[in-house]
Write a protein that binds this ligand. Sequence first.
Ligand code: PGA
Length: 256
Amino acid sequence: MEIIIQPTPEAASAIAARMIARLLREKSDAVLGLATGSTPLLLYRELVRRKLDWSRVTTFNLDEYVGLAPDHPASYHCFMWENLFRQVNIAESNVHIPDGLAGDIPGFCQRYEEQIRAAGGIDWQLLGIGTDGHIGFNEPTSSLASRTRIKTLTQQTRADNARFFGGETAVPQHVITMGIGTIMEARQVVLMAFGQDKARAVAEAVEGPITAMNPASILQLHPVARIVLDEPAATLLRKADYYRWVYDNKPDWQKA
Ligand code: PGA
């Protein structure tokens, strides 16, 4: 795991944007795994500003709320088109987001997995982290080997996301999410976290035991996982000074 601590969300997002820009230069038909929520907003803004060529890029989003139509303002379809896809030259047919209105949810989830495989697998997976340690919507106690499937949100996550719905009761109870096993198959994974509210989940994921109680902790087993944080999100890391030292002293060619 590489822990990258930056002074601000802007600086952290610029690093993630550079990683994607480099990947798209090297592999113009890269497959990106994308995330929603507050955390990736600055990254998406920076990607738009960079005017990269998305014409051959394929994307798979982590999750979607069950029961929300793609044009619902709080749907992740809406989020992605508004904050990224509409502003870059991606082909609509290359965009994949779980279908919140799927009639046969297990069948849909199986096809989503097949589509990821058929695309050659995910090259670069972006993740946020919930205050309860979730990645995608894999809540605590999710199987660490899970595949794309339906999940029930915790009360904590529904409370955290109430701001997008104008109240907790309006937050759907169920979601479709890529599984932890699905996420772990991506060739590179980047988890971003900003703000003091994420500090405990981040510290448990990075320095705690690998446990389904903090799904992000599975990233300790990923061969190429980067954790990109702002200072507040890093406040509970015991070895923060060491991570900073390592990053500052990397050979230039190895720096993200
Ligand atoms: P946030 O959500 O970026 O809105 O904090 C992250 C997550 O729940 O994975």
